[in-house]
Write a protein that binds this ligand. Sequence first.
Ligand code: GRF
Length: 198
Amino acid sequence: MKIGVLISGRGSNLAAIISAIKYKKIPAEINCVISDRVSAKGLEISAINKIPAIFIDPKGLTREEYDHLLVTELKKQGVELVCLAGFMRIISLYFVRSFPNRIMNIHPALLPSFPGLSSQKQALEYGAKVSGCTVHFVDEGCDTGPIILQKAVPILEDDTEESLAKRILAEEYKLYPEAISLFCQGRLKVEGRRVRIV
Ligand code: GRF
């Protein structure tokens, strides 16, 4: 299975996926990493691990024009699964339809709670006692696609946005590789909104 990972920044989930592949927990290889930001630290992580990494500049392009470039590159690399890992752009219907049920995302909350940006802050401000992380397939909405795996993380009395984000991230590093591995083994069956693990 050939994976393409899209990033915009730090790339710590990318690092977790690379490590899981290295330790044979995911039967796949990362064929390319693409960033929409030239300064993304994840590009360095790719280079250190000898994974082809490219920056595609969104400047001056419409969402559709940009996504055409992305899809062309991903197809050129023979990518079969696209993993969004801190990719800070909303993707177009064209992109979603180019990889039906073949684009995954990780979100730092238990969807459908706290979609969009600053999910940890949203959870704290709401006064929730539990948050967590979700791996889901990407559809045309924002954080609305069929849910693959979720992991709950308790919110503690003295949590700050940073402390909560850190504990959620520790779970993200396990959950995302697990979901990718299930996909690569052909064990995810999408039936409407539900994803069955077979
Ligand atoms: C993670 O919290 C992920 O859930 C969200 O964006 C963040 C990316 O962090 N989608 P990193 O770039 O993987 O370190």
